[in-house]
Design a protein around this ligand. Structure first.
Ligand SMILES: Nc1ncnc2c1ncn2[C@@H]1O[C@H](COP(=O)(O)OP(=O)(O)OP(=O)(O)O)[C@@H](O)[C@H]1O
Ligand SMILES: [Mg+2]
Length: 303
């Protein structure tokens, strides 16, 4: 079984090997979460690497990644387990046709492991040779309060009770990472259980590192222009600021178009890679793109 990293540096190195750029502050909470066995609650702007870090931790530690994608209306059934109702019906029909007499036997079979569909929370409680899995509870803010309350309970004792089967307890608690875009506040009681970190947009240097890691084929001068432009764009009064994911996408688009340097024309042709709202795109077309590009270039000059 893989051990968790022994220091903050080791966490940063492990994530770096997965092409995940992790600053000291994020490295510190991650180290603490792994060492103390506490869930890590990551809140922040879209596209800033919250989901990705869970994947990088799982890969880095060689653990299984189990993802619970949250959505409005998600209930305990879809998060923990369900009975395979169609298969149970088939079994009942077959038993009827064959004239099986023992009702109790049939019932215990129907509510046994063969007909149980394990959902992420139950899966994450199962032992694994490689060590406890990484449980990613993604976009928690999309669910509602009753589900949060349920989750709070599941995360406090890492066990699940199935009336027909009994209680299943994780031999070792999973490594839990929760993410939120903060479209609403997550309840304090749940936050209290976790270590909390706000994931902000990276600064210029860190975004360059991320671009190097993710799009290594992009030339240095173009990468610098891209990052400077996006950084500048984030300070503008726009509806939806681009995340790191957009920076990466944009770099890939520009490479596919054989662009070697930004120009107002290139920018307005490819704005759809970084801005996803027509109002923002319309604002940036024409002279605005040139102004932001000029300012971005000016910010690069002293280097
Ligand atoms: N620190 C980082 N190191 C390397 N890649 C990163 C980093 N941050 C973001 N990325 C890249 O950006 C992409 C988007 O990140 P991710 O999906 O984790 O964002 P998110 O914070 O979960 O966004 P959302 O809130 O919209 O779900 C990733 O696929 C990854 O390529
Ligand atoms: Mg995400």
């Amino acid at each position: 079984m893989t051990q968790t990293p022994a220091s903050i540096d080791a966490v940063q190195t492990m994530l770096g090997a997965q092409d995940y750029v992790c600053d000291r502050a994020l490295g510190t909470v991650t180290f603490l979460a792994l060492t103390l066995g506490k869930p890590l609650f990551l809140e922040g702007e879209p596209g800033t690497g919250k989901t990705e870090i869970a994947k990088a931790i799982a890969r880095g530690l060689g653990r299984r990644l189990i993802r619970l994608q949250c959505y409005e209306g998600l209930d305990a059934g879809s998060a923990v387990y369900e009975w395979n109702f169609p298969a149970q019906m088939v079994a009942i029909r077959t038993a009827e046709a064959e004239g099986v007499a023992d009702r109790n036997l049939l019932k215990s079979e129907l509510f046994g492991p063969d007909y149980l569909i394990e959902r992420p929370l139950l899966e994450a409680m199962r032992p694994d040779e490689a060590g406890a899995p990484v449980l990613l509870i993604d976009e928690l803010d999309r669910t509602d309060e009753p589900f949060e309350a349920f989750l709070l309970e599941a995360l406090s004792d890492y066990q699940v009770t199935i009336p027909e089967l009994g209680t299943i307890k994780a031999p070792e608690p999973p490594i839990v990472i929760l993410t939120s875009n903060r479209t609403r506040e997550v309840h304090d009681a749940l936050k209290r259980r976790c270590l909390y970190h706000w994931v902000d947009y990276p600064d210029f240097g860190r975004e360059m590192e991320i671009l190097h890691a993710r799009v290594p084929e992009a030339a240095e001068t173009l990468s610098r222009e891209i990052v400077a432009f996006v950084q500048r764009l984030r300070t503008e009064d726009i509806f939806k600021r681009p995340g790191v994911a957009e920076t990466i996408d944009w770099a890939k688009c520009l490479l596919a178009l054989d662009v070697i340097a930004l120009s107002p024309q290139v920018i307005s042709d490819t704005l759809g890679a970084i801005l996803k709202y027509q109002d923002d795109i319309a604002r940036l077309q024409g002279s605005e793109a040139k102004r932001i590009l000029d300012e971005a270039r000016a910010s690069l000059e002293p280097a």
